[in-house]
Write a protein that binds this ligand. Structure first.
Ligand code: 8YV
Length: 324
């Protein structure tokens, strides 16, 4: 059996897979591959171990007739055409839960850093601008006892809400397709409409999946309904916000600040104007980038791919329908 991994796997993981008699072809270059390169490397693969957001479109799936399982080292699966995978009875695995706390920490960090303009002040020191004390220059805003609006209250959103409630006594409101009873019972969270989320939140934190329904829902119209002192945080997917509209909203003071772990597009270029804005903090999609978390993700992704190759149910499967 053969698999293709889009990055080099740690030695221990590689050995564990190879000990099952599986041949692993790994992409060793430090650049994203083209679709043709991907197809050439994956040609004989029965399993794909996807690290990073390489797009597995319907034509990629159709070009790999031996494929049984796609194992993603991510909770998000917006880079895979799930419908096409399901049609071809290919199991898609992902890595939920193990990364919830680390990803929520990143959202929390961005909220706090933005509220105190931390990244901007760091840059000021670099530029030799730490000189004269001015009591009202470049001050931040207080986030104690404010209202957090969570867009997409799954496990990561829950962890973010829990942090904000315990650290800052925040009120929690959320917008989600389904009711999150645990968040309502444990955190007193209230489910609201999208418009209520926009108008009532002091901080909006995005943790939803990127789907056709959530694509660029945070656009000019949404920002115009937010409070002028609101902070927009996105640690979900950059595609959920329209970045041109976000820049305009920040320029015009429609909203106060933004903390982004994900951008639209990715990667963000060095000349992006958002990087010069005092009330903006940007990180290069490091939500789950903690050693312990990444190891847990790799382990779970390995369990998924091994199960898929053996024709067993994946421990964490996106498209359960294939088993019906
Ligand atoms: C990954 C993520 O690091 O899990 C996700 O959905 O965005 C990150 O944890 C990234 O997708 C690379 O695989």
């Amino acid at each position: 059996m053969k698999i293709f991994a889009t990055r080099q796997l740690p030695e221990q993981i590689l050995k564990a897979i190879e000990s099952e008699g599986i041949t692993v072809n790994q992409w060793a270059e430090k650049r994203e591959m083209t679709k043709d390169e991907f197809l050439a490397e994956a040609a004989e693969a029965e399993g794909l171990f996807i690290m990073g957001g390489f797009k597995i479109t319907a034509d990629v799936i159709e070009a790999l007739p031996g494929l049984k399982v796609i194992s993603l080292m991510s909770v998000g699966y917006d880079n895979v055409d799930i419908k096409a995978a399901t049609t071809h009875k290919i199991a898609v695995g992902h890595t939920p839960d193990v990364l919830s706390k680390a990803t929520a920490d990143t959202a929390f960090l961005l909220m706090l850093a933005t509220s105190r303009k931390a990244f901007f002040h760091h840059k000021r020191i670099h530029k030799g601008e730490w000189k004269f004390f001015d009591p009202l220059a470049n001050v931040g805003i207080d986030i104690h006892n404010k209202t957090l609006g969570v867009f997409g209250l799954g496990n990561i959103g829950f962890e973010m809400a829990r942090l904000c409630k315990s650290a800052y006594g925040m009120d929690i409101i959320y917008h989600n397709r389904s009711t999150n009873k645990k968040a309502e019972d444990e955190l007193g969270a209230r489910k609201v409409t999208f418009d209520e989320l926009l108008s009532q939140s002091d901080i909006i934190s995005v943790h939803a999946n990127l789907t056709p329904e959530t694509k660029e829902v945070f656009n000019a119209s949404a920002f115009s309904k937010m409070k002028p002192n609101a902070i927009f945080v996105n640690a979900g997917r950059g595609g959920i916000h329209n970045e041109t509209d976000l820049k305009e909203a920040l320029d015009n003071g429609t909203i106060w600040g933004a903390g982004l772990d994900v951008t639209n597009p990715e990667p963000m270029g060095a000349d992006n104007r958002l990087l010069d804005m005092p009330n903006v903090s940007v990180l290069p999609h490091i939500g789950s980038a903690v050693k312990e978390t990444r190891e847990a993700m790799l382990e779970l992704a390995t369990e998924n791919i091994l199960a898929g190759l053996k024709g067993e149910k994946l421990p964490k499967c996106v498209n359960h329908e294939i088993y019906n």
